[in-house]
Design a protein around this ligand. Structure first.
Ligand code: ADP
Ligand code: MG
Length: 195
């Protein structure tokens, strides 16, 4: 169930997961980008911890909004503003709905409005699109989350920094898809998604 309480647990677990996997995410980004993805998100995770402590947002829309604004303003690189836009989109949608699929779909729209990526360009969108569909059809599992990240290996990047590599981007996992997979796994762990 999507509530302020489960979402707070979700964000706390996501912060933990990012900090734990910071080096791995940067390693993935070293292969097809500039090697800063883990560091970018870790900066965001630390800023988030502080923002949530000082602002202590008490409603679901406020919580999602503080999260989004912090990621947009504190994270360098493409991923912060993109993930931040997702949370800002989710914050707006959560004012009128507590349906997870609806709220996540608004998050995906936020990413796509900002970054203009569509399916099949080897970005975090390739993680978000199948996961949103699986939430809609109530078929999401953590195995599915892992499979979709793995599938980004086969894609040739045509958006973002990895697109400079062309065919050489094939065979590598997209770092942003991996960090989004942490977002969705912690979403399940926190009980935001009803299995
Ligand atoms: P930067 O590319 O500026 O160094 P990061 O390394 O933090 O930023 O993030 C890279 C990730 O951002 C990529 O792996 C990809 O998933 C995601 N990304 C890049 N451009 C876009 C875009 N236009 N739309 C969606 N996601 C994108
Ligand atoms: Mg990078």
């Amino acid at each position: 169930m999507l509530t302020q309480e489960t979402a707070r647990k979700w964000i706390d677990l996501f912060i933990e997961q990012i900090l734990e996997n910071k080096d791995y995410l940067s390693e993935l980004d070293t292969a097809i980008g500039d090697g800063d993805h883990g560091n970018n998100l870790a900066r965001g995770a630390n800023a988030l911890t502080e923002a949530l402590q000082t602002k202590n947002p008490e409603t679901l829309p406020d919580l999602l909004k503080v999260t989004g604004m912090t990621l947009v303003s504190k994270v360098g690189g493409a991923s912060g503003p993109l993930l931040g836009s997702a949370f800002i989109g989710m914050a707006k949608a959560s004012q009128d709905s507590d349906d997870l699929a609806t709220v996540l779909e608004a998050g995906l729209e936020g990413i796509q409005k900002r970054g203009k990526a569509v399916a099949g360009e080897k970005t975090m969108v390739d993680e978000w699109i199948p996961v949103v569909e699986a939430v809609k059809s109530k078929t999401l599992t953590s195995a599915f989350i892992e499979e979709t990240v793995e599938k980004t290996k086969d894609i040739k990047a045509t958006k973002g920094r990895a697109s400079y590599l062309g065919d050489r981007s094939i065979g590598h996992i997209d770092p942003g898809a991996m960090s989004s997979s942490y977002l969705f796994k912690t979403m399940m762990e926190a009980g935001v998604y009803d299995e």
